[in-house]
Design a protein around this ligand. Sequence first.
Ligand code: SF4
Length: 561
Amino acid sequence: MEEVPEGWKNLGGRGLTSSIIAKEVPADCHPLGPNNKLVFAPGICCGTKAPTSGRMSVGGKSPLTGTIKEANVGSSFAQKVGKLGIKAIIVQGINEGPYQMVNIGKDEIEFHDATTWSNKGLYGTYEEIRARFGDRVGIASCGIAAEMRGLGSGVAFNDPEGLPSRYAGRGGLGAVMASRGLKYIVADDSGGPGVEIANEGMFDQGRKKMTKALSEHDITKKNGTLNTYGTSALINVINEAGALPQRNFSAGYDERASMVSGEKKRDIILERGGERPHGCHPGCIIQCSEVWVKEGGIDPVGVLEYESVWSLGPNCGIYDLDVVGEMNRACNNLGLDTIEMGDTMAVAMEGGLAEFGDGKRAIELMKEIENKTPIGRLLVNGCVFAGTAFGVSRVPAVKGQGLPAYDPRPIKGIGVTYATSTMGADHTSGYAIAPEILGVGGKLDPLDKNKAELSRNFQNYTAFVDCSGYCLFTTFATVDIPEGFEGMVESCNGVLGTNWSVDEAIALGSSIVEMERDFNIRAGFSNADDRLPEFFRKEQLPPSNEVFDVPEEELDRVYGK
Ligand code: SF4
Protein backbone atom coordinates (compact mmCIF):
# COMPACT_ATOMS: atom_id res chain seq x y z
CA MET A 1 0.00 0.00 0.00
CA GLU A 2 1.31 3.45 -0.82
CA GLU A 3 -0.05 6.98 -0.92
CA VAL A 4 -1.11 8.27 -4.32
CA PRO A 5 1.61 10.63 -5.61
CA GLU A 6 0.52 14.29 -5.55
CA GLY A 7 0.32 14.71 -9.33
CA TRP A 8 -2.04 11.75 -9.72
CA LYS A 9 -4.48 12.49 -6.88
CA ASN A 10 -7.04 14.05 -9.20
CA LEU A 11 -6.99 11.23 -11.72
CA GLY A 12 -9.01 8.05 -11.92
CA GLY A 13 -9.82 5.34 -14.45
CA ARG A 14 -8.00 5.71 -17.76
CA GLY A 15 -6.25 8.91 -16.66
CA LEU A 16 -4.56 6.97 -13.89
CA THR A 17 -3.86 3.73 -15.77
CA SER A 18 -2.34 5.56 -18.74
CA SER A 19 -0.31 7.91 -16.49
CA ILE A 20 1.16 5.00 -14.56
CA ILE A 21 1.95 2.98 -17.69
CA ALA A 22 3.39 5.98 -19.55
CA LYS A 23 5.69 6.84 -16.64
CA GLU A 24 6.63 3.45 -15.21
CA VAL A 25 6.63 1.01 -18.15
CA PRO A 26 9.45 1.22 -20.73
CA ALA A 27 7.66 1.77 -24.05
CA ASP A 28 9.94 -0.72 -25.79
CA CYS A 29 9.45 -3.55 -23.27
CA HIS A 30 8.00 -6.91 -24.22
CA PRO A 31 4.35 -6.82 -23.05
CA LEU A 32 4.63 -10.31 -21.55
CA GLY A 33 8.09 -9.73 -20.06
CA PRO A 34 9.00 -8.59 -16.55
CA ASN A 35 8.89 -4.84 -17.21
CA ASN A 36 5.23 -4.48 -18.17
CA LYS A 37 2.63 -3.65 -15.52
CA LEU A 38 -1.10 -4.21 -15.30
CA VAL A 39 -3.08 -1.47 -13.59
CA PHE A 40 -6.68 -1.60 -12.36
CA ALA A 41 -8.17 1.82 -11.55
CA PRO A 42 -11.79 2.61 -10.69
CA GLY A 43 -13.10 5.82 -12.24
CA ILE A 44 -13.42 8.96 -10.11
CA CYS A 45 -17.11 8.47 -9.21
CA CYS A 46 -16.95 4.66 -9.08
CA GLY A 47 -18.27 3.37 -5.75
CA THR A 48 -20.35 6.52 -5.07
CA LYS A 49 -24.12 7.07 -5.44
CA ALA A 50 -23.65 8.61 -8.89
CA PRO A 51 -25.80 6.76 -11.44
CA THR A 52 -24.29 4.30 -13.94
CA SER A 53 -20.77 4.89 -12.63
CA GLY A 54 -19.42 1.46 -11.67
CA ARG A 55 -16.70 1.49 -14.29
CA MET A 56 -13.04 0.57 -14.01
CA SER A 57 -10.10 0.90 -16.38
CA VAL A 58 -7.54 -1.83 -16.88
CA GLY A 59 -4.30 -0.66 -18.48
CA GLY A 60 -0.94 -1.96 -19.62
CA LYS A 61 1.19 -2.29 -22.73
CA SER A 62 -0.85 -4.49 -25.05
CA PRO A 63 0.68 -7.69 -26.42
CA LEU A 64 -1.86 -7.58 -29.26
CA THR A 65 -1.14 -4.07 -30.50
CA GLY A 66 2.21 -3.15 -28.93
CA THR A 67 0.58 0.16 -27.93
CA ILE A 68 -0.56 1.48 -24.59
CA LYS A 69 -3.97 0.02 -23.75
CA GLU A 70 -6.98 0.87 -21.65
CA ALA A 71 -9.91 -1.53 -21.53
CA ASN A 72 -13.02 -0.46 -19.63
CA VAL A 73 -15.47 -2.61 -17.69
CA GLY A 74 -18.57 -2.29 -15.50
CA SER A 75 -18.72 -4.59 -12.48
CA SER A 76 -19.33 -4.54 -8.75
CA PHE A 77 -15.61 -5.44 -8.49
CA ALA A 78 -14.83 -1.87 -9.60
CA GLN A 79 -17.20 -0.38 -7.02
CA LYS A 80 -15.75 -2.53 -4.25
CA VAL A 81 -12.21 -1.41 -5.01
CA GLY A 82 -13.41 2.21 -4.98
CA LYS A 83 -15.21 1.70 -1.66
CA LEU A 84 -12.06 0.24 -0.14
CA GLY A 85 -10.48 3.65 -0.74
CA ILE A 86 -8.08 2.23 -3.32
CA LYS A 87 -7.23 4.43 -6.32
CA ALA A 88 -5.33 1.75 -8.25
CA ILE A 89 -4.02 -1.79 -8.03
CA ILE A 90 -0.66 -2.16 -9.77
CA VAL A 91 0.47 -5.66 -10.70
CA GLN A 92 4.18 -5.70 -11.45
CA GLY A 93 7.04 -8.15 -11.69
CA ILE A 94 6.63 -11.84 -12.40
CA ASN A 95 5.76 -14.59 -9.96
CA GLU A 96 7.55 -17.73 -11.15
CA GLY A 97 5.67 -20.03 -8.75
CA PRO A 98 2.13 -21.38 -9.03
CA TYR A 99 -0.62 -18.99 -10.14
CA GLN A 100 -1.77 -16.74 -7.32
CA MET A 101 -5.03 -15.26 -6.15
CA VAL A 102 -4.86 -11.92 -4.35
CA ASN A 103 -7.64 -11.20 -1.85
CA ILE A 104 -8.05 -7.53 -1.03
CA GLY A 105 -10.13 -6.44 1.96
CA LYS A 106 -10.23 -3.59 4.42
CA ASP A 107 -6.64 -3.04 5.52
CA GLU A 108 -5.47 -6.49 4.42
CA ILE A 109 -4.12 -8.28 1.41
CA GLU A 110 -3.74 -12.07 1.29
CA PHE A 111 -2.14 -14.28 -1.32
CA HIS A 112 -3.52 -17.76 -2.05
CA ASP A 113 -2.19 -20.51 -4.26
CA ALA A 114 -4.65 -20.51 -7.20
CA THR A 115 -3.64 -23.87 -8.68
CA THR A 116 -7.06 -25.42 -7.96
CA TRP A 117 -8.77 -22.61 -9.87
CA SER A 118 -6.41 -22.69 -12.86
CA ASN A 119 -6.72 -24.49 -16.20
CA LYS A 120 -10.51 -24.53 -15.75
CA GLY A 121 -13.49 -22.69 -17.20
CA LEU A 122 -14.35 -19.44 -15.44
CA TYR A 123 -18.09 -20.16 -14.95
CA GLY A 124 -17.18 -23.02 -12.62
CA THR A 125 -14.31 -21.29 -10.82
CA TYR A 126 -16.40 -18.15 -10.15
CA GLU A 127 -18.99 -20.36 -8.47
CA GLU A 128 -16.32 -22.08 -6.37
CA ILE A 129 -14.66 -18.81 -5.38
CA ARG A 130 -17.98 -17.29 -4.31
CA ALA A 131 -18.77 -20.44 -2.34
CA ARG A 132 -15.42 -20.13 -0.56
CA PHE A 133 -15.22 -16.34 0.00
CA GLY A 134 -18.90 -15.34 -0.02
CA ASP A 135 -21.40 -14.02 -2.57
CA ARG A 136 -20.57 -10.41 -1.92
CA VAL A 137 -17.00 -10.51 -3.26
CA GLY A 138 -16.07 -9.04 -6.64
CA ILE A 139 -13.78 -11.07 -8.90
CA ALA A 140 -11.33 -10.12 -11.64
CA SER A 141 -9.54 -12.92 -13.45
CA CYS A 142 -7.94 -14.28 -16.57
CA GLY A 143 -8.84 -17.62 -18.16
CA ILE A 144 -7.35 -20.56 -20.01
CA ALA A 145 -6.76 -18.36 -23.08
CA ALA A 146 -4.52 -16.12 -20.97
CA GLU A 147 -2.73 -19.11 -19.44
CA MET A 148 -1.83 -19.91 -23.08
CA ARG A 149 -0.67 -16.26 -23.35
CA GLY A 150 -3.25 -15.76 -26.07
CA LEU A 151 -3.21 -12.28 -27.56
CA GLY A 152 -7.01 -12.33 -27.76
CA SER A 153 -7.45 -12.89 -24.03
CA GLY A 154 -9.29 -10.37 -21.86
CA VAL A 155 -9.71 -9.73 -18.15
CA ALA A 156 -13.05 -11.13 -16.89
CA PHE A 157 -15.16 -9.61 -14.13
CA ASN A 158 -18.30 -10.75 -12.32
CA ASP A 159 -21.78 -9.52 -13.15
CA PRO A 160 -24.35 -9.21 -10.32
CA GLU A 161 -25.18 -12.95 -10.63
CA GLY A 162 -21.50 -13.83 -10.27
CA LEU A 163 -21.15 -14.84 -13.93
CA PRO A 164 -17.78 -14.08 -15.60
CA SER A 165 -19.53 -12.09 -18.30
CA ARG A 166 -18.21 -8.53 -17.95
CA TYR A 167 -14.95 -7.92 -19.80
CA ALA A 168 -12.08 -5.53 -20.05
CA GLY A 169 -11.80 -7.44 -23.25
CA ARG A 170 -9.56 -5.77 -25.73
CA GLY A 171 -5.85 -5.91 -26.36
CA GLY A 172 -4.78 -9.17 -24.72
CA LEU A 173 -4.58 -7.78 -21.18
CA GLY A 174 -5.58 -11.22 -19.85
CA ALA A 175 -2.22 -12.51 -21.10
CA VAL A 176 -0.45 -9.65 -19.30
CA MET A 177 -2.20 -10.71 -16.08
CA ALA A 178 -1.35 -14.40 -16.51
CA SER A 179 2.24 -13.59 -17.41
CA ARG A 180 2.63 -11.86 -14.01
CA GLY A 181 1.63 -15.24 -12.46
CA LEU A 182 -1.69 -13.83 -11.28
CA LYS A 183 -5.04 -15.55 -11.98
CA TYR A 184 -7.55 -13.83 -9.70
CA ILE A 185 -8.08 -10.68 -7.70
CA VAL A 186 -10.92 -10.99 -5.17
CA ALA A 187 -12.20 -7.79 -3.57
CA ASP A 188 -14.35 -7.62 -0.43
CA ASP A 189 -15.36 -4.12 0.67
CA SER A 190 -16.89 -5.18 4.01
CA GLY A 191 -16.16 -2.43 6.51
CA GLY A 192 -14.44 -0.35 3.82
CA PRO A 193 -14.35 3.42 4.26
CA GLY A 194 -16.27 4.21 1.06
CA VAL A 195 -15.25 6.83 -1.48
CA GLU A 196 -14.21 10.06 0.20
CA ILE A 197 -16.22 12.99 -1.15
CA ALA A 198 -14.55 16.38 -0.80
CA ASN A 199 -17.61 18.54 -1.57
CA GLU A 200 -20.94 16.78 -0.94
CA GLY A 201 -23.03 19.71 -2.24
CA MET A 202 -21.20 19.84 -5.55
CA PHE A 203 -21.30 16.06 -5.89
CA ASP A 204 -25.07 15.90 -5.27
CA GLN A 205 -25.75 18.72 -7.70
CA GLY A 206 -23.77 16.90 -10.40
CA ARG A 207 -25.24 13.48 -9.75
CA LYS A 208 -28.78 14.88 -9.93
CA LYS A 209 -28.09 16.58 -13.27
CA MET A 210 -26.72 13.30 -14.62
CA THR A 211 -29.73 11.35 -13.35
CA LYS A 212 -32.10 13.85 -14.97
CA ALA A 213 -30.30 13.72 -18.33
CA LEU A 214 -30.18 9.91 -18.37
CA SER A 215 -33.87 9.73 -17.43
CA GLU A 216 -34.89 12.06 -20.24
CA HIS A 217 -32.91 10.93 -23.28
CA ASP A 218 -34.65 8.44 -25.60
CA ILE A 219 -31.63 6.14 -25.76
CA THR A 220 -30.84 6.03 -22.03
CA LYS A 221 -34.22 6.45 -20.26
CA LYS A 222 -36.30 3.70 -18.66
CA ASN A 223 -38.04 1.78 -21.44
CA GLY A 224 -35.77 3.63 -23.88
CA THR A 225 -33.68 1.95 -26.56
CA LEU A 226 -30.84 0.55 -24.45
CA ASN A 227 -33.09 -0.44 -21.55
CA THR A 228 -35.49 -2.30 -23.82
CA TYR A 229 -33.24 -3.94 -26.39
CA GLY A 230 -29.69 -3.53 -25.12
CA THR A 231 -26.80 -2.65 -27.38
CA SER A 232 -28.05 -5.19 -29.95
CA ALA A 233 -30.68 -2.62 -30.94
CA LEU A 234 -27.91 -1.62 -33.34
CA ILE A 235 -28.02 -4.85 -35.38
CA ASN A 236 -31.01 -3.77 -37.48
CA VAL A 237 -29.95 -0.11 -37.55
CA ILE A 238 -26.41 -0.74 -38.79
CA ASN A 239 -27.57 -3.49 -41.17
CA GLU A 240 -30.06 -1.06 -42.73
CA ALA A 241 -27.21 1.45 -43.07
CA GLY A 242 -25.35 -1.20 -45.08
CA ALA A 243 -22.49 -1.21 -42.58
CA LEU A 244 -22.97 -4.43 -40.58
CA PRO A 245 -19.96 -6.48 -41.70
CA GLN A 246 -20.90 -9.92 -43.01
CA ARG A 247 -18.58 -12.86 -43.68
CA ASN A 248 -15.29 -11.19 -42.82
CA PHE A 249 -16.23 -7.71 -44.01
CA SER A 250 -17.31 -8.82 -47.49
CA ALA A 251 -20.81 -7.22 -47.42
CA GLY A 252 -22.59 -4.62 -45.29
CA TYR A 253 -26.12 -6.00 -45.37
CA ASP A 254 -27.87 -9.35 -45.07
CA GLU A 255 -31.61 -9.79 -44.62
CA ARG A 256 -30.96 -12.64 -42.15
CA ALA A 257 -29.42 -10.18 -39.68
CA SER A 258 -32.90 -9.59 -38.22
CA MET A 259 -32.72 -13.16 -36.88
CA VAL A 260 -30.01 -12.03 -34.43
CA SER A 261 -31.41 -8.56 -33.74
CA GLY A 262 -31.92 -7.01 -30.32
CA GLU A 263 -35.68 -7.20 -30.84
CA LYS A 264 -35.54 -10.95 -31.53
CA LYS A 265 -33.14 -11.55 -28.65
CA ARG A 266 -35.36 -9.75 -26.18
CA ASP A 267 -38.36 -11.88 -27.13
CA ILE A 268 -36.38 -15.09 -26.67
CA ILE A 269 -34.89 -14.03 -23.32
CA LEU A 270 -38.29 -13.12 -21.89
CA GLU A 271 -39.87 -16.31 -23.25
CA ARG A 272 -37.11 -18.50 -21.74
CA GLY A 273 -37.06 -16.82 -18.35
CA GLY A 274 -33.69 -15.06 -18.68
CA GLU A 275 -33.34 -11.49 -17.51
CA ARG A 276 -33.84 -8.28 -19.47
CA PRO A 277 -33.24 -5.46 -18.62
CA HIS A 278 -30.38 -5.87 -16.18
CA GLY A 279 -27.46 -3.78 -14.90
CA CYS A 280 -23.83 -4.88 -15.11
CA HIS A 281 -23.40 -3.44 -11.61
CA PRO A 282 -25.66 -2.06 -8.86
CA GLY A 283 -26.67 1.56 -9.41
CA CYS A 284 -26.86 1.57 -13.22
CA ILE A 285 -30.10 3.29 -14.22
CA ILE A 286 -29.74 2.68 -17.95
CA GLN A 287 -29.57 -1.10 -17.51
CA CYS A 288 -28.67 -2.12 -21.04
CA SER A 289 -27.53 -5.56 -19.95
CA GLU A 290 -29.29 -8.94 -19.77
CA VAL A 291 -28.84 -12.62 -18.93
CA TRP A 292 -29.11 -14.84 -22.00
CA VAL A 293 -30.06 -18.46 -21.24
CA LYS A 294 -30.37 -21.63 -23.29
CA GLU A 295 -33.72 -23.19 -24.11
CA GLY A 296 -35.24 -24.43 -20.85
CA GLY A 297 -33.77 -21.42 -19.01
CA ILE A 298 -30.45 -23.18 -18.33
CA ASP A 299 -26.74 -22.33 -18.69
CA PRO A 300 -26.94 -18.57 -18.14
CA VAL A 301 -24.34 -16.75 -20.23
CA GLY A 302 -24.75 -13.10 -19.17
CA VAL A 303 -25.09 -10.35 -21.75
CA LEU A 304 -24.83 -10.90 -25.52
CA GLU A 305 -23.61 -7.47 -26.58
CA TYR A 306 -24.11 -6.02 -30.05
CA GLU A 307 -20.39 -6.38 -30.76
CA SER A 308 -20.35 -10.02 -29.67
CA VAL A 309 -23.52 -10.96 -31.57
CA TRP A 310 -22.12 -9.35 -34.69
CA SER A 311 -18.58 -10.78 -34.44
CA LEU A 312 -19.60 -14.34 -33.63
CA GLY A 313 -22.75 -14.09 -35.80
CA PRO A 314 -23.03 -12.23 -39.13
CA ASN A 315 -19.28 -11.70 -39.39
CA CYS A 316 -18.98 -15.52 -39.48
CA GLY A 317 -22.11 -15.89 -41.65
CA ILE A 318 -24.03 -17.23 -38.60
CA TYR A 319 -27.59 -16.02 -38.01
CA ASP A 320 -28.63 -18.20 -35.07
CA LEU A 321 -28.72 -16.68 -31.58
CA ASP A 322 -28.31 -20.08 -29.90
CA VAL A 323 -25.04 -20.66 -31.74
CA VAL A 324 -23.92 -17.12 -30.91
CA GLY A 325 -24.91 -17.68 -27.26
CA GLU A 326 -22.91 -20.87 -27.07
CA MET A 327 -19.86 -19.25 -28.65
CA ASN A 328 -20.16 -16.24 -26.35
CA ARG A 329 -20.36 -18.61 -23.36
CA ALA A 330 -17.22 -20.36 -24.57
CA CYS A 331 -15.42 -16.99 -24.88
CA ASN A 332 -16.45 -16.01 -21.32
CA ASN A 333 -15.47 -19.42 -20.01
CA LEU A 334 -12.03 -19.32 -21.64
CA GLY A 335 -11.38 -15.64 -20.99
CA LEU A 336 -11.49 -14.39 -24.59
CA ASP A 337 -12.40 -11.03 -26.11
CA THR A 338 -15.49 -11.74 -28.23
CA ILE A 339 -14.64 -9.11 -30.86
CA GLU A 340 -11.15 -10.47 -31.47
CA MET A 341 -12.44 -14.05 -31.42
CA GLY A 342 -15.17 -13.31 -33.98
CA ASP A 343 -12.72 -11.51 -36.26
CA THR A 344 -10.30 -14.43 -35.89
CA MET A 345 -12.94 -17.04 -36.63
CA ALA A 346 -14.07 -15.13 -39.74
CA VAL A 347 -10.50 -14.80 -41.04
CA ALA A 348 -9.92 -18.52 -40.37
CA MET A 349 -13.16 -19.31 -42.25
CA GLU A 350 -11.96 -17.26 -45.19
CA GLY A 351 -8.71 -19.23 -44.98
CA GLY A 352 -10.63 -22.50 -45.31
CA LEU A 353 -10.73 -23.76 -41.71
CA ALA A 354 -14.55 -23.87 -41.85
CA GLU A 355 -17.38 -22.73 -44.11
CA PHE A 356 -18.97 -19.38 -43.38
CA GLY A 357 -22.23 -20.11 -41.56
CA ASP A 358 -21.12 -23.45 -40.13
CA GLY A 359 -22.03 -22.87 -36.48
CA LYS A 360 -21.43 -26.47 -35.47
CA ARG A 361 -17.84 -26.32 -36.69
CA ALA A 362 -17.32 -22.91 -35.07
CA ILE A 363 -18.35 -24.35 -31.69
CA GLU A 364 -16.02 -27.31 -32.24
CA LEU A 365 -13.19 -24.88 -32.93
CA MET A 366 -13.83 -23.16 -29.59
CA LYS A 367 -13.28 -26.60 -28.03
CA GLU A 368 -9.88 -26.75 -29.71
CA ILE A 369 -8.91 -23.71 -27.67
CA GLU A 370 -10.15 -25.31 -24.46
CA ASN A 371 -8.14 -28.44 -25.29
CA LYS A 372 -5.07 -26.38 -26.19
CA THR A 373 -4.59 -28.14 -29.51
CA PRO A 374 -2.29 -26.59 -32.14
CA ILE A 375 -5.34 -25.15 -33.95
CA GLY A 376 -6.62 -23.80 -30.63
CA ARG A 377 -3.26 -22.16 -29.95
CA LEU A 378 -3.51 -20.49 -33.31
CA LEU A 379 -7.05 -19.21 -32.83
CA VAL A 380 -6.33 -17.76 -29.42
CA ASN A 381 -3.92 -15.21 -30.83
CA GLY A 382 -6.21 -12.94 -32.80
CA CYS A 383 -7.10 -12.23 -36.41
CA VAL A 384 -3.70 -11.00 -37.62
CA PHE A 385 -2.07 -14.21 -36.41
CA ALA A 386 -4.85 -16.27 -38.04
CA GLY A 387 -4.46 -14.32 -41.28
CA THR A 388 -0.77 -15.15 -41.41
CA ALA A 389 -1.37 -18.81 -40.55
CA PHE A 390 -4.07 -19.30 -43.18
CA GLY A 391 -2.66 -17.05 -45.90
CA VAL A 392 -5.51 -14.53 -45.79
CA SER A 393 -4.78 -11.01 -47.11
CA ARG A 394 -8.14 -9.49 -46.07
CA VAL A 395 -7.43 -9.07 -42.37
CA PRO A 396 -9.57 -6.39 -40.68
CA ALA A 397 -7.17 -4.97 -38.09
CA VAL A 398 -5.43 -1.73 -37.15
CA LYS A 399 -2.22 -1.90 -35.12
CA GLY A 400 -2.90 -5.61 -34.73
CA GLN A 401 -6.37 -5.31 -33.21
CA GLY A 402 -9.48 -6.63 -34.98
CA LEU A 403 -12.11 -4.14 -36.16
CA PRO A 404 -15.41 -3.77 -34.28
CA ALA A 405 -18.93 -4.00 -35.73
CA TYR A 406 -19.14 -1.02 -38.09
CA ASP A 407 -17.72 -1.24 -41.59
CA PRO A 408 -15.76 1.99 -42.13
CA ARG A 409 -16.45 2.20 -45.87
CA PRO A 410 -20.01 3.58 -45.65
CA ILE A 411 -19.40 5.30 -42.26
CA LYS A 412 -16.17 7.27 -42.68
CA GLY A 413 -15.85 8.92 -39.27
CA ILE A 414 -15.66 5.67 -37.35
CA GLY A 415 -12.95 4.59 -39.81
CA VAL A 416 -10.97 7.71 -38.87
CA THR A 417 -11.25 6.68 -35.22
CA TYR A 418 -10.21 3.09 -35.97
CA ALA A 419 -7.16 4.36 -37.84
CA THR A 420 -5.98 6.97 -35.36
CA SER A 421 -7.02 5.74 -31.91
CA THR A 422 -4.14 5.21 -29.51
CA MET A 423 -5.62 1.76 -28.83
CA GLY A 424 -5.72 0.14 -32.29
CA ALA A 425 -9.11 -0.38 -33.96
CA ASP A 426 -11.53 0.62 -31.21
CA HIS A 427 -15.04 2.05 -31.64
CA THR A 428 -15.33 3.09 -27.99
CA SER A 429 -12.38 5.48 -28.14
CA GLY A 430 -14.21 7.93 -30.44
CA TYR A 431 -17.77 6.86 -31.22
CA ALA A 432 -18.43 8.84 -34.39
CA ILE A 433 -21.42 6.56 -35.05
CA ALA A 434 -23.43 8.77 -32.66
CA PRO A 435 -23.84 11.70 -35.10
CA GLU A 436 -23.16 9.74 -38.28
CA ILE A 437 -25.95 7.20 -37.82
CA LEU A 438 -27.88 7.76 -34.58
CA GLY A 439 -28.45 11.52 -34.82
CA VAL A 440 -26.89 12.07 -31.38
CA GLY A 441 -24.95 15.34 -31.13
CA GLY A 442 -26.43 16.49 -34.47
CA LYS A 443 -26.74 14.58 -37.73
CA LEU A 444 -23.75 14.22 -40.01
CA ASP A 445 -23.44 12.62 -43.42
CA PRO A 446 -21.67 9.28 -42.87
CA LEU A 447 -20.12 9.54 -46.36
CA ASP A 448 -18.55 12.96 -45.74
CA LYS A 449 -14.78 12.47 -45.65
CA ASN A 450 -13.96 15.49 -43.47
CA LYS A 451 -14.06 13.74 -40.15
CA ALA A 452 -10.74 14.63 -38.45
CA GLU A 453 -12.33 17.16 -36.05
CA LEU A 454 -15.25 14.88 -35.30
CA SER A 455 -13.02 11.96 -34.41
CA ARG A 456 -10.58 14.13 -32.42
CA ASN A 457 -13.40 15.74 -30.42
CA PHE A 458 -14.96 12.37 -29.61
CA GLN A 459 -11.58 10.88 -28.67
CA ASN A 460 -10.86 13.73 -26.23
CA TYR A 461 -14.38 13.69 -24.76
CA THR A 462 -14.23 9.92 -24.33
CA ALA A 463 -10.87 10.04 -22.58
CA PHE A 464 -12.43 12.22 -19.88
CA VAL A 465 -15.50 9.96 -19.61
CA ASP A 466 -13.14 7.00 -19.17
CA CYS A 467 -11.60 8.84 -16.18
CA SER A 468 -14.95 9.69 -14.60
CA GLY A 469 -16.18 6.17 -13.77
CA TYR A 470 -19.39 6.79 -15.74
CA CYS A 471 -20.32 4.30 -18.43
CA LEU A 472 -19.62 5.48 -21.96
CA PHE A 473 -23.32 4.92 -22.76
CA THR A 474 -24.17 7.94 -20.58
CA THR A 475 -22.70 10.05 -23.38
CA PHE A 476 -25.74 9.48 -25.60
CA ALA A 477 -27.50 11.74 -23.09
CA THR A 478 -24.63 14.06 -22.18
CA VAL A 479 -23.75 14.89 -25.79
CA ASP A 480 -27.35 16.00 -26.45
CA ILE A 481 -28.12 17.51 -23.03
CA PRO A 482 -25.33 19.90 -21.94
CA GLU A 483 -26.52 19.89 -18.28
CA GLY A 484 -25.82 16.16 -18.24
CA PHE A 485 -22.14 16.67 -19.08
CA GLU A 486 -21.99 19.53 -16.55
CA GLY A 487 -23.33 17.01 -14.05
CA MET A 488 -20.63 14.50 -14.93
CA VAL A 489 -17.91 17.12 -14.42
CA GLU A 490 -19.50 18.52 -11.23
CA SER A 491 -19.84 15.10 -9.63
CA CYS A 492 -16.13 14.48 -10.34
CA ASN A 493 -15.36 17.92 -8.86
CA GLY A 494 -17.44 16.95 -5.82
CA VAL A 495 -15.45 13.77 -5.23
CA LEU A 496 -12.04 15.36 -5.79
CA GLY A 497 -12.55 18.91 -4.52
CA THR A 498 -11.49 20.26 -7.91
CA ASN A 499 -13.19 23.02 -9.81
CA TRP A 500 -12.94 21.92 -13.43
CA SER A 501 -15.08 23.64 -16.05
CA VAL A 502 -16.46 21.46 -18.84
CA ASP A 503 -13.75 22.84 -21.16
CA GLU A 504 -11.05 21.95 -18.65
CA ALA A 505 -12.46 18.42 -18.37
CA ILE A 506 -12.18 17.97 -22.13
CA ALA A 507 -8.68 19.47 -22.07
CA LEU A 508 -7.79 16.82 -19.49
CA GLY A 509 -9.13 14.17 -21.89
CA SER A 510 -7.01 15.64 -24.67
CA SER A 511 -3.87 15.57 -22.49
CA ILE A 512 -4.46 11.89 -21.73
CA VAL A 513 -4.74 11.04 -25.43
CA GLU A 514 -1.54 13.02 -26.10
CA MET A 515 0.27 11.14 -23.34
CA GLU A 516 -0.87 7.80 -24.80
CA ARG A 517 0.22 8.88 -28.25
CA ASP A 518 3.63 9.86 -26.90
CA PHE A 519 3.98 6.36 -25.38
CA ASN A 520 3.10 4.82 -28.73
CA ILE A 521 5.67 6.99 -30.55
CA ARG A 522 8.29 5.85 -28.04
CA ALA A 523 7.15 2.27 -28.74
CA GLY A 524 7.93 2.82 -32.44
CA PHE A 525 4.57 3.89 -33.93
CA SER A 526 4.11 6.80 -36.33
CA ASN A 527 1.46 8.31 -38.60
CA ALA A 528 2.17 5.47 -41.04
CA ASP A 529 0.49 3.11 -38.55
CA ASP A 530 -2.67 5.25 -38.44
CA ARG A 531 -4.11 3.54 -41.49
CA LEU A 532 -6.80 1.00 -42.34
CA PRO A 533 -5.87 -2.24 -44.14
CA GLU A 534 -5.46 -1.92 -47.89
CA PHE A 535 -8.59 -3.88 -48.81
CA PHE A 536 -10.88 -1.24 -47.29
CA ARG A 537 -9.49 1.25 -49.83
CA LYS A 538 -9.54 -1.09 -52.82
CA GLU A 539 -12.58 -3.32 -52.35
CA GLN A 540 -16.12 -1.97 -52.73
CA LEU A 541 -18.58 -2.96 -50.02
CA PRO A 542 -21.98 -4.08 -51.29
CA PRO A 543 -24.69 -2.84 -51.28
CA SER A 544 -23.36 0.76 -51.09
CA ASN A 545 -20.24 -0.12 -53.10
CA GLU A 546 -18.32 2.40 -51.02
CA VAL A 547 -14.58 2.19 -50.38
CA PHE A 548 -12.76 3.90 -47.52
CA ASP A 549 -11.59 7.02 -49.31
CA VAL A 550 -10.70 9.40 -46.48
CA PRO A 551 -7.38 10.96 -47.59
CA GLU A 552 -4.31 10.13 -45.52
CA GLU A 553 -3.80 13.86 -44.88
CA GLU A 554 -7.21 13.91 -43.19
CA LEU A 555 -6.19 11.00 -40.95
CA ASP A 556 -2.97 12.82 -40.04
CA ARG A 557 -4.96 15.95 -39.21
CA VAL A 558 -6.60 14.21 -36.23
CA TYR A 559 -3.50 14.86 -34.18
CA GLY A 560 -2.36 17.71 -36.38
CA LYS A 561 1.28 16.76 -36.40
S1 SF4 B 1 -25.43 1.09 -19.42
FE1 SF4 B 1 -25.06 -1.10 -19.70
S2 SF4 B 1 -22.81 -1.31 -19.88
FE2 SF4 B 1 -23.24 0.74 -19.06
S3 SF4 B 1 -23.08 0.50 -16.87
FE3 SF4 B 1 -25.25 0.17 -17.39
S4 SF4 B 1 -25.54 -2.02 -17.74
FE4 SF4 B 1 -23.33 -1.58 -17.72
